[in-house]
Design a binder for this molecule. Structure first.
Ligand code: GLU
Length: 314
């Protein structure tokens, strides 16, 4: 290792797809930007399949995600265990939080939660803390009645600010903007917010590049990192791809899944050329992802939601 390398901490990024459907151009652009950011800085890229929701994440979609990434030329150095294999780590994290008295059972049904909560931001609900104050006798009675609680973590009553490499970042007052969050659902599934924090730390991820639909999740994730004594990675939330009507890219905008485009004879370099163009990195001419690595700087990628316009690729 040269003196210079020993001073530069290794950049570790990740693809973290939830394989609940075929990969579309929006996910592909986010993955491409994450890959370019890591490769341009000489870092390593991980793949982690985020299949917490066992019912929605189908094995055929997992296979397709791997194929789609590889088809675009987006390679990874290692695949880390899928979330469905990490229950022990999530359970251990909850035990650690419980050891400091921060975990409590929540018996509210989805309906109770909806009634008791004010809609907030992107339709998210702020939990008002209904079950925080139950005493042990009340909890025991509800359990004896057959009610299965979710587990929530008490988040600190403080402001958490998260810096972002491509936008202005976000500050939230956790108590009023978020409320205590679920870490394990009543059906026993661990919550994404807990899992992603545990996984990024376990996998040694230093740099998270993901869609800006997750920007509002960042402060609660940072709060969990702090409660668990885990490092905070650097965040970049990149704009989602929009269709020509300004809405988030979806099926009605045409052939938007990579599998469909591939079936219609579209080449990976045509897809990459178009994704580069809407990211301000090219004129739409076919390109391979490796053509884009030299000089790539994520901070320069247009921070305006990228409009694909007509999906004229196929
Ligand atoms: N699995 C999430 C998704 O596909 C991404 C989670 C993350 O990057 O933190 O939307």
């Amino acid at each position: 290792m040269t003196a210079n390398e020993s001073r530069t901490p290794q950049v570790v990024g990740r693809f973290a797809p939830s394989p609940s459907g075929p990969m579309h151009l929006g996910n592909a652009r986010t993955a491409m930007l994450a890959w370019l950011d890591v490769r341009a800085r000489g870092g390593s890229m991980l793949l982690r399949i985020e299949d917490l929701d066992r019912e929605r994440c189908r094995p055929e979609h997992v296979a397709l995600v791997r194929r789609d990434l590889a088809w675009l030329g987006l390679d990874w150095d290692a695949e880390t265990p899928a979330q469905s294999l990490r229950d022990d780590a999530y359970s251990a994290a909850i035990d650690r939080l419980a050891g400091t008295g921060l975990i409590y059972p929540c018996f509210c049904s989805r309906r109770d939660r909806a009634v008791a909560s004010a809609p907030h931001g992107g339709g998210e609900a702020v939990y008002p803390g209904t079950c925080r104050g139950l005493d042990q006798g009340q909890r025991d009675r509800l359990i004896a009645e057959g009610r299965r609680p979710a587990l929530r973590v008490m988040l600190p009553d403080s402001v958490v600010s998260v810096a972002d490499r491509v936008n202005e970042g976000i500050s939230q007052l956790l108590a009023t903007d978020v409320g205590d969050i679920i870490v394990r659902r009543s059906d026993g599934l661990y919550a994404y917010q807990l899992a992603v924090v545990v996984d990024d730390a376990t996998d040694g991820v230093t740099d998270v590049v993901r869609g800006d639909d997750l920007v509002a999740s960042a402060p609660r994730q940072v709060a969990l990192q702090q409660l668990l004594g885990l490092p905070t990675p650097t965040y970049a939330h990149v704009p989602l791809v929009l269709g020509d009507d300004g809405e988030r890219l979806a099926k009605r905008h045409g052939a938007v899944s990579l599998a469909e485009l591939r079936d219609r004879g579209v080449t990976p370099s045509q897809v990459v050329g178009r994704l580069a163009e809407i990211s301000g990195l090219g004129d739409g001419a076919p390109l391979s992802v490796s053509d884009l690595v030299a000089g790539f700087r994520l901070e320069r990628v247009s921070n305006v939601a990228a409009r694909l316009g007509r999906v004229a690729l196929a």
